[in-house]
Design a protein around this ligand. Structure first.
Ligand code: HEM
Ligand code: HEM
Length: 181
């Protein structure tokens, strides 16, 4: 475990991925429920594919450098819970874009990023997309929905934990993540 302050890269990646995930969750929930919000689908997918680059960069960095050392004096179980949550958050960020992309591809809808077809849709005789593997597409969709719910719970816990560090314990945990430590 590293005991040094977090690097600029670690801090930037945390906030780009973290705030990006929160925005994509909000848009995902809204576009699937609100009337007339279908125009958001291509934007949701495009930003989701782009953020995957930052997610993978971040995950590789974590695997190579290890987790940042704790700066707090909290109970042992609190540190354990925080570590489990960090794993859930990192794995959740990987599962979301991959399941979303698989859902689109297997459903025959291809993969388009800001208007560029990375993979063209599988258009059938009727002029509508035809599934490449419907069972796999449906499975990926269910993973996307379920992982989204798990992530929402994990993020809420993560933010509550951060606030506890900052307001109650008054330690450096949040300050270090904004570059003031
Ligand atoms: C407003 C929202 C957020 C705040 C205030 C926040 C705050 C923090 C803080 C203070 C730490 C340092 C913890 C430590 O030193 O042990 C941290 C670490 C971490 N956060 Fe967040 N976070 C937020 C959102 C998110 C989101 C949405 C994700 C992922 C979906 C996320 C994933 C992580 C991970 C994986 C770590 C472990 C250290 C690392 O890999 O950079 N955070 N966060
Ligand atoms: C990268 C982070 C992403 C996050 C956090 C995210 C989050 C979400 C959430 C929360 C929903 C609503 C699920 C529900 O109905 O409860 C959703 C729906 C959806 N997302 Fe994503 N998404 C991401 C990336 C992607 C990508 C890359 C694609 C495709 C290329 C995609 C395609 C979809 C589709 C098609 C739906 C609608 C699923 C349905 O029919 O219910 N998402 N997303």
């Amino acid at each position: 475990m590293s005991t040094k302050p977090l690097s600029r890269t670690e801090i930037s990646l945390h906030w780009i991925v973290g705030l990006g995930m929160i925005a994509l969750i909000a848009v995902g929930l809204y576009m699937t429920r609100a009337e007339g919000a279908r125009w958001l689908y291509p934007l949701h997918k495009s930003f989701g594919v782009v953020i995957l680059g930052f997610i993978l960069w971040r995950a590789v960095l974590r695997l190579r450098k290890g987790w940042p050392a704790d700066v707090s004096t909290g109970a042992k179980w609190e540190h354990g819970l925080a570590r489990v949550m960090h794993w859930v958050l990192i794995l959740g960020t990987i599962a979301m874009p991959i399941s979303g992309m698989l859902d689109s591809y297997m459903g025959g809808r291809g993969l388009t990023v800001f208007g560029f077809d990375l993979i063209a849709a599988n258009i059938g005789d009727t002029g509508r997309p035809v599934a490449i593997n419907k069972a796999l597409g449906d499975f990926a969709e269910n993973v996307h929905i379920l992982a989204g719910k798990v992530l929402i719970a994990a993020i809420l816990l993560h933010v509550v934990g951060t606030l506890k560090h900052h307001v109650i314990d008054k330690d450096n945990t949040l300050r270090r993540m904004v570059g003031h430590s």
